[in-house]
Design a protein around this ligand. Sequence first.
Ligand SMILES: NC(=O)c1ccc[n+]([C@@H]2O[C@H](COP(=O)([O-])OP(=O)(O)OC[C@H]3O[C@@H](n4cnc5c(N)ncnc54)[C@H](OP(=O)(O)O)[C@@H]3O)[C@@H](O)[C@H]2O)c1
Length: 335
Amino acid sequence: MPHTNRRVFIRQYREGMPQLEDFGIEDVALPEVPSGQVVVKVDTLSMDAWIRTTLTPGSFHETAPLGSTIRALGVGQVVESADPSLAVGDWVYGMLAAQTLALVPAAAMTKLDLSNSLKPADYVGPLGLTTGLTAWVGLIAVAEVKAGDTVLVSGAAGAVGSMVVMLAKARGARVIGVAGGPDKCRYLTNQLGADVAIDYKNADVAAAVAAAAPVGINVFFDNVGGEILDIALENLAPADARIAICGAISQYSDLGNVRGPAKYLRLAERNAAMRGFVVTHHAARFPEAKAEIAALMQDGKIDLPEHMVEGIDHFAEALLLLFAGGHTGNLLVRP
Ligand SMILES: NC(=O)c1ccc[n+]([C@@H]2O[C@H](COP(=O)([O-])OP(=O)(O)OC[C@H]3O[C@@H](n4cnc5c(N)ncnc54)[C@H](OP(=O)(O)O)[C@@H]3O)[C@@H](O)[C@H]2O)c1
């Protein structure tokens, strides 16, 4: 059966923040489905910061060739199959990209487990690779959070940050979240249960962190980088603090001139550790992570709000929204 796919592609590279005219949208006819491949109707795409880094030459996430469909992880349902491992109607997760229909190798897709009342969108949310699993890996596998720790989280009202706040609270930590604006700060304390929220757009962040953590921070989960990393280093606990470098969204627009931490000697002075991570390098622990997150979802201790952008034609706007901080919780696109 012939299928028409609507896709968003990269038209041109740009230094700094992409603009809407850097993206194109077109309808294309899909070819006959080759053996080993499937057609997936894309249901929900995860809007992730790494996508932006593919839109410039020299990207550390592999530069997208001009004309290629913008890469994005998502969930969808198989509508045609030429592979015995997947049947029409199966739900899958994988690199479906910014389009309505994806022609993909069946072997590149992961079939979703929808038992125990899990929904497909949970796999781009609390159980998503770039959302819940990233939060779990950084907080638990890398930073080894313990009950009683004081945890500082930057980008706390975003997708990963919200998950970190909820996981840290569930593990018995005291949580200080940093986010932009009073609404996001109210969300952190009232909805997610953070103990303290700091509005970095309106507060003296250094003074606020020092006041919120008078005996220092045991764990810093960094999504933002730049100034907040130095503030965290300056406020580390006297011994054995752990910093997990998840990302540095404040630095992605000029990767050739990333601001490094001036206060890194605090690591040596306070016997602290700072470690970056790539979530996929910790795949051996995903079953443990998924079990913990799913149990917390069932108990109502994890409920990640969705900000859904409707329509594939709005994919590029959603990407810009991510960097403008125009969402709270998990930013998703429904093609
Ligand atoms: N290491 C890994 O394997 C891995 C995997 C997935 C994601 N990540 C990283 O995780 C981080 C969070 O990603 P996400 O998808 O969950 O995004 P997100 O937190 O949902 O959205 C990004 C947020 O960053 C904040 N922000 C944007 N520009 C900023 C700036 N210049 N200064 C301070 N804050 C800024 C905005 O919040 P405000 O309104 O509060 O400013 C925005 O809402 C990113 O750094 C990403 O690269 C890492």
